[in-house]
Design a protein around this ligand. Structure first.
Ligand code: BGC
Length: 963
């Protein structure tokens, strides 16, 4: 039952107050969206954000004084007073920065109480902003296959140590730079994956301390990574991009006399494929032969053997774009929890956690000896289960140089794994010799959740792990098999959860830029995968997947207050709804084309995940409404009045047609799946309160008929808890959330899952791996429910962009006695939660400075508060319906509401009539009114008697207890 204890990703709890600061003080000042503390901006006019820490209650910002010191313009200082409360994504209030320009930005705030805060200061430096800044050309490995990995280098001489040295660098592929034998930066798989045809990200590094007078050597490891990978299904994979892997680097030295020396890739560079990096692939893994390694290769004493002039290619600087998001880094190390020998005799290391990254080994052995590392997320019959990896071999090989102890970690690949099979290890493996290095886009963790249920808490933690694992340069579907692709639908349904768990504004803003570029290439149609990787991913107009174009920018606006991004994405949002409208009929319903529907509805056939209970045209039409509604609202925010009216009108047309066509006047829907009802309730398709209540009752009825097991796929899963609670059906909501039988959110946790699975039954209840090859153990979509744990259960939801206004409205669920959310919002640490104590519930909340909260307590009473700590206690009585148990004539729907009786029936049937017992396994699909006796028609009479007796016993026992 309990899942293994694993280290939580190394992140401090966000709501822990930072060390004593003079109150008030500006903190967390940043220019642009990145949160990793580097000075590099991606824009000449980066947005500014800051927050004020203060213990003063109900604090609000009256004004901010923002100053810039132009370090490259003689230190001139300029300042502006910005009246009002804005402190999140504030437009740059000065002249735009020039290429390479360095400034210092300082912000102090004045509260409405008149008290001036301590100021915060940061350095900001502009990247190369103009194509004309570049003198570098692409360089590739000489006489090499296009996807061969290798090394590139050049020698240069510096007359003196520079006062400043900046390296601007990128690759078509992945690179790691060394300068005079020292690794530059700490990025993994840089520059990451973007729509390479249109956009390649440039990284900036301060290398002032690494350049020395005299001879210097600048070198780079180069691998094809995502650029040369082959993508496609069923063994028909092809490359997505043409041409060889290539490096682009421009090192600029500024000398004391103000002169600039530039060392750039181009003629004069040499390359080698004779070195240790023998082969490399994102899917295949990496082979490194240390016998071929010249440790001095990137220094002046590097050997010359095997090197030849690099191939030089033309640069179109229009594709270059400064990196504006946190890069992939090594974010955590995990030690083995066990080393065992498999039935076949293999050495298997268990890291206790499904994670993403690679393994660092420490090894000593004979020269030329090769160690092989194989990776898998699960074991099957005690052996590594690799079938689900399909064509992603995920094998790393290291050939020892011999002699001293050697340390190695692959540099141009990553794997999704928990288990490592180590073949041909010289001698006995000491667990300390293998370390899992977790790699992820280095976004800051912002959300944590705790409750009275350790299983629910572990679900939350599993979702955090799946977020880390699938936020690796781009948001992916899964990190292990031969996909690891930017499926738009997966992120669309998960974006709210992601924005709760991590500070992903910069990360997703970068991906949305690629989405818009790919969309533009594709005539407005948003591909189902971004960056596109194969011809087929741009073909269909697919609801819920393409709607990432509208939902994700809106979510980032809602959670991070990123109006700037909303404005930037607006053309993409608009182009997407126009494409959708072209699919719609005259009534504004979208009923045609290939759809993925409510993907992976557990009731869909295992090999046809599109064929769930909700008809695809309902998903398409509901999403058409959703996107039109979001574009109308966005147009309103951005002041495009005409668009706002037009799209609101079109949304209303679709809404009416949807309800006229699919909703009956008494509150039933065609296509009776929970997802259908959830969309109608949560997207606002149905507004009439009576009709909403009726739909809510029916939704609860369906959930109950399903035996409180999950009945939703990608589309419905993020919505169903909101839908039930919005309709007041909290009893059903609680049973659904806390269900531990498959399929459910908690079932995987109870059988030891440490991440979120792609399928509700990736591991079948008998412990075997789901035989379908599309079975990943690290797919975040179904984890989208954690957003509701924060917003709905603990009750901490944004009521205005960036949580400037918070809605504290917790939901007390039967089966739990407490729940609490802590979030680092753009205004500062916030929290909300509740604790049940007998007949009273105490709600607490922390509202950050500059924010206010509207409060709705579990008894319906309301409050309105400013920043500070708050607490309320109100009476509470449970909502649980009294069990109505009447032996064999119990209504089946009542039996479902009586877990104790249901378990008893199952147990008795299992011993007396196992065949019948199975009928109770997949959920009780009977309408209210049918009884246990009818469900057991034709059962073995002895079994019927035994069940009847057992229930009568239970009834008696209960009435005895009642007395
Ligand atoms: C991916 C998904 C994706 C789906 C859609 C799968 O192979 O892993 O998560 O959204 O295909 O077709």
């Amino acid at each position: 039952m309990p899942s293994p204890t694993v280290p939580s990703l190394a992140v401090p709890s966000p709501a822990v107050p930072s060390p004593a600061v003079p109150s008030p003080a500006v903190v967390d000042l940043r220019a642009g969206r990145r949160r990793d503390g580097v000075p590099w901006t991606d824009s000449p006019a980066p947005v500014l954000s800051w927050r004020t820490e203060t213990a003063a209650p109900s604090w609000d910002q009256a004004s901010a004084s923002v100053a810039v010191t132009w370090l490259d313009r003689g230190g001139a200082r300029e300042s502006v007073e910005l009246a009002g409360p804005d402190s999140v994504c504030v437009p740059w209030p000065f002249a735009p920065l020039r290429s390479r320009e360095r400034v210092e930005v300082e912000v102090a705030t004045t509260g409405t109480d008149g008290v001036v805060s301590a100021a915060a200061r940061i350095g900001v430096e502009a990247p190369l902003l103009d194509g004309g800044d570049w003198t570098a050309s692409w360089v590739s490995l000489p006489d090499a296959p296009e996807d061969a990995p290798g090394q590139l280098r050049t020698r240069f001489s510096a007359a003196a140590a520079p006062v400043r040295a900046r390296l601007y660098v990128t690759a078509l592929g992945s690179y790691e730079v060394e300068l005079n034998g020292v690794r530059v930066g700490d990025e993994v798989l840089a520059p990451g994956w973007t729509s390479y045809r249109d956009r390649v990200l440039v990284q900036t590094h301060d290398v002032t301390d690494l350049v020395r007078p005299g001879t210097n050597v600048l070198g780079a490891w180069l691998a094809g990574a995502w650029f040369t990978e082959r993508y496609g299904f069923f063994g028909r994979a092809t490359r997505a991009y043409a041409g060889p892997a290539a490096l682009l680097a421009q090192l600029e030295l500024t000398h004391a006399d103000g002169t600039r020396q530039v060392v750039a890739t181009g003629p004069g560079w040499e390359g080698s494929i004779a070195g240790p990096l023998r082969s490399s692939g994102i899917y295949a893994g990496e082979e490194f032969d240390a016998t071929r390694h010249d440790p001095a290769w990137s220094t002046a004493s590097g050997a010359a053997d095997g090197w030849a002039p690099a191939a030089v290619g033309d640069l179109d600087p229009a594709v270059l774009s400064p990196a504006g998001a946190e890069p992939v880094r090594r974010v955590l190390e995990v030690a083995p929890v066990a080393v065992t020998t498999s039935p076949s005799g293999a050495t298997v290391v268990d890291f206790g956690q499904v994670l993403v990254g690679r393994v660092r080994i420490r090894v000593r052995g004979p020269r030329g000896h090769t160690v092989t590392l194989r990776h898998a997320e699960v074991l099957e019959d005690g052996e590594l289960a690799t079938r689900q990896l399909r064509y992603a071999w995920s094998v790393d090989r290291y050939t020892l140089a011999g002699g001293e102890q050697e340390t190695w970690e692959p540099r141009s690949t990553f794997h999704g794994f928990r288990y490592l099979q180590v073949d041909d290890w010289p001698g006995a493996l000491d667990p300390a010799d293998v370390t899992a290095v977790v790699c992820s886009s280095d976004t800051r963790r912002t959300g944590s959740f705790t409750s009275s249920s350790p299983v629910l808490d572990r679900l939350h933690e599993n979702v955090v792990w799946s977020t880390r694992g699938n936020f690796l340069s781009i948001p992916t579907d899964c990190p292990q098999r031969d996909e690891r692709l930017g499926w738009t639908g997966d992120l669309q349904v998960f974006s709210g959860a992601a924005a709760t768990l991590v500070d992903c504004d910069a990360f997703l803003a970068s991906w949305l830029t690629d989405l818009a570029l790919e969309q533009r290439r594709n005539g407005g149609v948003v591909p189902i995968i971004v960056p596109t990787a194969m011809a087929e991913d741009s073909e269909g107009v697919v609801a819920a997947w393409g709607d990432a174009a509208t939902v994700v920018p809106w979510t980032l606006y809602e959670r991070f207050g990123d109006r700037d991004l909303l404005a930037r994405q607006y053309p993409s949002m608009r182009a997407w709804v126009e494409v959708e409208l072209a699919q719609a009929d005259d009534d504004g319903l979208w009923t045609r084309g290939y759809q993925l529907g409510d993907w992976l509805d557990p009731r869909a056939p295992a090999d046809r995940p599109r064929e769930g209970r909700t008809h695809p045209s309902l998903v398409a039409s509901a999403y058409l409404f959703r996107s039109l509604d979001l574009v109308a609202r966005t147009a309103g925010v951005l002041g495009h009045g005409e668009d706002a009216a037009r799209y609101a009108g079109l949304a209303e047309r679709t809404r009416r047609s949807f309800t006229d066509t699919y909703v009956t006047p008494r509150g039933r829907m065609v296509s009776e799946g929970p997802t259908t009802y959830a969309m109608a309730l949560v997207f606002g398709l149905v507004r009439d309160p009576d009709l909403r209540a009726a739909l809510g009752r029916r939704l609860a009825g369906i959930v109950r008929e399903d035996g409180y097991r999950i009945g939703t796929g990608f589309v419905g899963t993020p919505l169903v808890m909101d839908a039930l609670c919005a309709a007041g059906q909290t009893h059903a909501a609680g049973r659904l959330l806390l269900q531990t039988e498959a399929p459910s959110w908690l079932y995987p946790v109870t059988v030891g899952a440490t991440t979120v699975w792609e399928r509700w039954d990736a591991l079948l209840p008998d412990g075997s791996v789901n035989p379908h090859e599309m079975t990943s153990f690290n797919h975040y979509a179904f984890g989208a429910v954690v957003d509701w744990l924060h917003r709905g259960l603990a009750g901490l939801a944004p009521a205005a962009p960036a949580y400037r206004r918070i809605r504290v409205a917790p939901t007390v669920l039967d089966g739990l006695t407490s729940a609490r959310s802590e979030l680092l919002t753009p205004y500062g640490p916030a929290s909300a939660g509740w604790v049940l104590d007998g007949g009273r519930v105490t709600v607490t909340a922390v509202v950050p400075p500059g924010a206010t909260a509207e409060v709705v307590l579990p008894d319906g009473s309301t409050d309105d508060v400013g920043s500070g700590e708050h607490s309320w206690t109100v009476p509470w009585s449970p909502q649980r319906p009294e069990p109505v148990l009447a032996g064999l004539d119990t209504d089946l729907a009542d039996l479902v509401d009586d877990p104790e009786a249901l378990t008893l029936v199952r147990e008795v049937l299992a011993t007396h009539d196992p065949g019948r017992a199975r009928a109770f396994d997949g959920g009780l699909r009977y309408e209210a009114g049918s009884t246990l006796r009818t469900a057991l028609l034709f059962a073995d009479p002895a079994a019927l008697d035994a069940v009847g007796e057992a229930l009568t016993g239970l009834v008696r026992e209960r009435s005895g207890m009642a007395r």
